[in-house]
Design a protein around this ligand. Structure first.
Ligand SMILES: O=C(O)CCC(=O)C(=O)O
Length: 336
């Protein structure tokens, strides 16, 4: 497994953000990306005006889930310059995704999870943001103002170890100048400042002067702290596109932080298949209690086996201190 180095971990902790090149091998991304095209048109298709309903979803609509509200930067029609515009967010799709399951597996990629655990200093993590984000040149003016993601928490972030969370983008396509590499500012350059509202170039020229772009090949992982100023920029290359998997992590128990929830889609077949391929540690990222947790009883594990027939429940049964039934229903979920 490709692993992030301690230098990457320290860089994230000290500077606030880091780009880890090739954290996921390009071959794994290429195999997983085949599932993307069930949701989005391939770039050539999109720009040729093909792609049917998958393309139409990008035209003439708006998605305001991510909007920051401010009187001066509301991205109203016709506005120019950095702003949050509803059509910037048209390409978001929530986990779990259809297809082979390879794209879903990237949510728990060992290289990404290992980095998040080391950066946050804990193995008790939760995935709280799991969404794809597709952008195509020409769909929207993607230029955003400098901001911190205060929409990930109902309280202001704290900037000390133990209270951080980790926001991340796994690159599913090569992200180069012209295809919108995110701009970010080192925390040292913003001096610990917190701003709930986005900062315009006129109001905070020093943040724009300090911004650095984060281009990288597919498989790279961009991670930033919640107190890092950053912004999306426009896609300027004709025919260009950018595909990311937003994966953000928090410590277990930090209920004030959240974004995407998986529960509303947890009974669909694609989620069942995903769960059935996971280890206990991977499922803990979604809040599933670990083996040995007092939540589990023999009846609870039988019900788990009914809901996820192909999940290997052996570790959970082992965690019950030999309390397993002598004769279960004979499914993989109930070891004999
Ligand atoms: O798309 C990007 O590069 C960054 C997006 C972003 O910062 C946001 O929407 O909050």
């Amino acid at each position: 497994m490709a692993a992030a180095s301690d230098v990457h971990v320290r860089h994230w902790q000290d500077e606030g953000w880091v780009l880890i090149e090739d954290l996921v091998p390009a071959e794994e991304i290429d195999a997983a990306v085949e599932d993307l095209w069930l949701l989005y048109p391939r770039p050539a298709e999109f720009h040729a005006g093909e792609g049917g309903a998958r393309r139409a979803a990008f035209l003439g609509g708006a998605d305001d889930r991510n909007l920051f509200r401010s009187s001066t930067q509301d991205g109203s029609p016709g506005s120019t310059g950095p702003a949050f515009r509803p059509d910037q967010f048209l390409g978001r799709s929530l986990f779990p995704f259809p297809g082979s399951g390879r794209l879903n597996r990237l949510a728990v990629h060992p290289g990404v999870v290992d980095f998040a655990e080391r950066a946050l200093g804990s193995t008790d993590l939760r995935l709280y943001q799991m969404a794809l984000w597709a952008k195509y040149h020409g769909v929207a003016d993607y230029e955003q103002p400098m901001h911190q993601d205060h929409n990930h928490s109902v309280v202001p972030p704290r900037s000390e170890p133990g209270w951080w969370h980790l926001e991340g983008f796994l690159y599913l396509s090569d992200v180069e100048e012209g295809t919108g590499p995110t701009r970010l500012v080192r925390v040292g350059d913003s001096g610990g400042r917190l701003e709930v509202l986005p900062q315009s170039p006129g109001a905070a020229p020093e943040l724009y002067a300090a911004e650095v772009a984060a281009p990288g090949r597919r498989g790279s992982f961009l991670a930033y702290r919640p107190d890092v100023f950053h912004r999306g920029v426009d896609l300027t290359r004709p025919g260009g596109s950018r595909f990311l998997f937003g994966l953000s992590f928090k410590l277990g128990g930090q209920d004030w932080i959240g974004y995407d929830t998986v529960q509303p889609r947890s009974s669909v077949g694609r989620f069942v298949r995903f769960v059935e391929g996971c280890t206990p540690r991977e499922l803990a990222l979604f809040g599933v209690p670990l083996p040995g947790h007092p939540f589990w009883t023999p009846a609870g594990l039988q019900a788990m086996a009914d809901r996820y027939p192909a999940l290997d429940l052996t570790p959970w049964w082992d965690g019950l201190d030999n309390d397993r039934p002598a004769d279960g229903p004979g499914q993989m979920g109930v070891p004999r």
